[in-house]
Structures are given as structure tokens and as C-alpha cells.
Design a protein around this ligand. Sequence first.
Ligand code: PEP
Ligand code: MN
Length: 280
Amino acid sequence: MNRLSETKVQKLSKDHHTIIEYGPAVFGEGYFTVIAGPCALESEELAIRTAKAVEQSGAKVFRCSLFKPRTSPYTYQGYGIDGVKMLKLLHAETNLLLETEILSTDHLDPLANEADILRIGSRNMDNYELLKAVGKTNKPIILKRNMSATLEEFLLAAEYILSVGNEKIILCERGIRTFETYTRNTLDILAVPALKELTHLPVIVDPSHSTGKSSLVPAASKAALAAGADGLMIEVHPEPHRSYSDGQQALDIPTFDKLMKELSEMALLLGKKSVSTILN
Ligand code: PEP
Ligand code: MN
């Protein structure tokens, strides 16, 4: 990992950890923070219903994508920029932080004004202009690993954000492409401790896109916590079978609530200092 030797992402000592504290959420070593919400926002009613439910279960960050990078241009592409009014409403109705994907620099101002956390999806991990643009904001950035990126490439993408001044980066492992097709991607669980060895940045896991199957999400979530992840991003939908996208991997509300309780017990056993999200 020679290319990491002069970087700002690299970990300089065993106790070198970046802790990102933002409103009610904390991302970093010793904490375990869960982001939850639908694959994409579909309607105001559904957004508020889902947000209130995940907040009730202990989540402090709501996943609220307005733009969806979809493999087929004929599938649901998201609510679009008009949806920023839903973000305003969600802020008024809940205490959740709002996290949303940014696909283009054209949307930087409206999204950065309304959302609390911006997400760079896997397909844009290599979009260096977008990385530099979010690097100039003061918002925490969730950077998802490209499905074919090595850890070094992943960290150098984070360096693009850091190099222009934004140090609030949360790395997200979301599974990589392998020969296996039973799962949507292959969760590279050892990426978690490996990244935590290499960098001071917080590391979370997306058990939904890595498995593609709601039945496997609880196991992947617990494996992530056991592997040392600082949090999760989980897709939740009150009626997964009616979801416009990724319904097959979304947890319904009771399953999410049960998982949060199990994670909470596990996190305590693992000696997390403060389980900011799951213990209120
Ligand atoms: C997402 O989180 O909405 C998503 C599309 O996942 P990824 O970018 O990891 O494919
Ligand atoms: Mn999805």
C-alpha cells in the first residue's frame, strides 16, 4: 500500500481515530450508529411513516435517497430534486439526521442545504470531480466502496475528499463482485478490520446491498458489528413487497426493530462506549 504512505487517510498510530459527532449521531471507534430507511423516497406519507418507525426503534439517521442510480434506465429513478421539500418535512416531523445520495454536482447546493449527510454511491466512488465537490462542503460524507475497488483504491477515493478539506468521511463497505450469484454482492467482511487497520476514518457496512436478500440482512449486520464496524446502513420499508426498488432486501418494521434490539445487546457485550444510536 505504498500509495497510502503520504496520505491524510492513513492511520498514524493505534489510537488514531476520527470520531464524527453530528447532532444526535456519532460515527467512529467505540460507537455503533445505525442509518435506516427505504431504498428511495416514494411519497411523503411513506417517508414520514418509515422515519417515525425507525426512530422509534432507535435509529438516529434516516436514509432518504431522492436520486437512484439504477442499472436500467426504465426502472424507478427516484423522486428527484422536488423531494427536498420532503426533507424539510422530515426535519420538522422527526429528530432524525437525514442522509441522501448525491449523483451530480448540479444538485450540490439544494442537497447540502437540506440534508445532514451526503452519500457517494458505489458507482461514483471514482467520480473525482464529485468527490472534490463534496470535499468542499462541511457535511459528513458517506463514501461507498465501488464493487470492484481494492481497499487502496477505496482509500485513495476518500483522499480526494480529505485533500480538499473535508475530514468528515465515513467509509461504507457494501459488498464486492465475485463469481457468487446467490447473494447480490459478496460482503467483504474482512474489509472492516482491514480498513480500521489502515485508516482512522469510521467504517460502516451496508448489509442490504451486499446481500440483496432480507433474510440475510440480520446475519450480515451482526457479522459487521462483530468485525468491528462503527455502524450500519440498512434498507427498511413498511411494506417491502410494495417498494418501488430493492423490496427483496428491505426489512419490514418488526424485523428491523427485533434486529436493533439484538444489535444493542451485542454491542453492549462488545464493550461499545456509547451505543449512540441503538441505546437511547
Ligand atoms: C444505495 O445505497 O442506494 C445503492 C445504490 O448502493 P450502492 O451504491 O452501494 O450500489
Ligand atoms: Mn437500494
